[in-house]
Design a protein. Structure first.
Length: 524
């Protein structure tokens, strides 16, 4: 189950026989190892025999029953993880021959099988699953604050886009969403559920008499470096509650010249300068749509234009941009746009299209003749057009304009401090055979996780951006054509897929991403 296999030199580091600062010898003969580490050869031979008898295994995730097999304090003390495999209880650990560990664990698990596992994977699992809850005082705000901060800061550090927290039928649990995928569920003591919810909402300036209401609020962790904000959505249920927390990161500085082909960059800049047409930014959850949206607003200001943005809610304040918070103002999108037009804007933005009302607002903005900018949750160029039509955008209006459909994805970049490479295995070659137009890479990179990447193997994220140009002359042909979807698929989808696959392939062969990321992003 373990992706990374521990070699003998690494094993000696894990049991504390040699320092992690000692460089691994190129020729790993025992004599060379003895010279490099200054250890007696007989001692090295003894530990090699010990190493050869060990089985290596480590889980990728844990279920609820596995999380409850051992107290979190023991897991952290001895760097060990309990799990089930082949109907056996196993212990993945950094040193299976640690007698103190075996004695302590025998009181909780009868005759487990001890397996060797990499320190990095053990620490990543402990960081994710084995928090210490016994010290949390339900009646002490400071203690609850530390618990809340831990959940939020850990989500920030592992590049989670949001956190889902649920209390349902005495089950208090939460999970992170990273790069569009939910991570494993983490279970907490049910008695902490109510104090946790109340303290989180009170810190978000919710009055005590509103704690059981459906509401949206926000919280800023100003003590974190850098400070960041979270957006909180709370819904009470029959037997508990559901909380969705969106992590809003400081606005990144985008250099589109490094992410767009020259011809697409020229097209985008011409559209921003002319302040005509419509720009739609699309992608899945947590793919950087808002980041790109705010970047374009800043670009408009740099071009001496006046953009006005309608947002629900405002996630980042942009100087010199008039931003309207729909949550704190009365009126519909159409009414706001009617008032906005009196300000003579060059561009009107709607931060997220997720309702018929917002779609009609975008239509009204476009009819004014100003540049329109919006974001929408969609996966392909055709998906964007279909969603607009489904939500009520008049077809004769949608297909009677120039539209730039801007796709954005965020891909996880491997940590250079802990990445390693190997020639592709037969299984990996089989996975790559689904992309026959791309040459087989000589090397496939992975990252095992280290202290510099918080044991995630991920150093940061980078955007992949592609623009699909939908000129008015093309769209007009689709107004009365019942087969327009097949034409749109042929004309819009193929360039998008080809460009996306090529950009991801370049990151794959350069060691920036692993094979799993390449395949997931190509197929999503």
């Amino acid at each position: 189950m373990s992706v990374h296999q521990v070699d003998f030199f690494e094993y000696l580091q894990q049991i504390g026989l040699i320092s992690s600062r000692q460089r691994k010898p190129e020729n790993i003969s025992l004599q060379t190892l003895s010279l490099q580490t200054h250890l007696p050869l007989p001692l090295i031979e003894f530990y090699q025999q010990q190493f050869l008898t060990l089985k290596q295994d480590c889980p990728e995730k844990l279920d609820e029953s596995e999380q409850k097999k051992l107290p979190p304090a023991l897991c952290r003390q001895f760097q060990c993880i309990p799990f089930e495999h082949d109907q056996k209880t196993k212990i993945a650990c950094t040193n299976p021959y640690n007698l103190d560990m075996r004695q302590a664990l025998d009181a909780h698990i009868k005759s487990p099988e001890y397996c060797l596992a990499p320190t990095s994977q053990i620490k990543q699992l402990i960081m994710t699953y084995f928090h210490e809850f016994t010290h949390i005082d339900q009646l002490a705000p400071n203690s609850l604050d530390q618990f809340i901060d831990h959940i939020l800061e850990h989500g920030y550090l592992i590049f989670a886009s949001d956190i889902h927290i649920q209390m349902q039928e005495n089950r208090f649990q939460y999970k992170y969403r990273r790069f569009g995928q939910f991570q494993s569920t983490i279970f907490c003591p049910s008695e902490l559920a109510e104090p946790f919810r109340n303290r989180l909402l009170i810190r978000s300036h919710v009055s005590f008499d509103e704690l059981n209401n459906t509401l949206d609020c926000g919280l800023t962790l100003s003590h974190h470096q850098p400070p960041f904000t979270v957006r909180i959505s709370h819904i009470p249920t029959q037997n508990g509650y559901s909380i969705e927390i969106r992590i809003i990161r400081p606005l990144l500085q985008l250099d589109l010249s490094t992410h767009l082909p020259p011809n697409q960059l020229v097209l985008l800049n011409q559209t921003l300068i002319s302040c005509k047409d419509t720009i739609v930014i699309y992608g899945a959850t947590g793919t950087g749509k808002s980041t790109l949206y705010y970047h374009l607003l800043k670009e408009l200001v740099a071009h001496k234009k006046l953009p006005i943005s309608i947002e629900d809610p405002i996630e980042n304040v942009i100087p010199e941009v008039f931003q309207i918070n729909m949550k704190k103002s009365e009126g519909t999108y159409a009414e706001h746009i009617s008032q906005i037009l009196r300000q003579d804007p060059d561009a009107i933005g709607i931060s997220e299209i997720r309702s018929e009302e917002a779609v009609l607002g975008l239509s009204s903005a476009k009819m004014s003749g100003s540049l329109s900018i919006a974001t929408i949750h969609a996966l392909t160029p055709l998906d964007c057009l279909l969603k607009f039509l489904k939500m009520g955008y008049p077809r004769h209006e949608l297909f009677n304009q120039n539209i730039l459909l801007v796709a954005t994805k965020l891909v996880p970049i491997l940590c250079k401090s802990c990445r390693y490479c190997n020639p592709p295995t037969p299984e990996e070659q089989g996975q790559l055979s689904f992309f026959p137009e791309l040459p087989l890479p000589n090397l496939i990179y992975q990252a095992k996780g280290c202290i510099y990447c918080y044991y995630t193997g991920i150093a940061n994220t980078e955007p992949i951006i592609f623009i699909t140009d939908c000129p008015k002359k093309t769209l007009l042909n689709w107004i009365e054509d019942p087969a327009w979807q097949s034409q749109a698929q042929a004309q819009l989808a193929k360039p998008y897929e080809t460009s996306l696959n090529n950009q991801l392939y370049q990151k794959l062969i350069s060691g920036q991403i692993n094979l799993q990321t390449f395949i997931e992003q190509c197929l999503s």
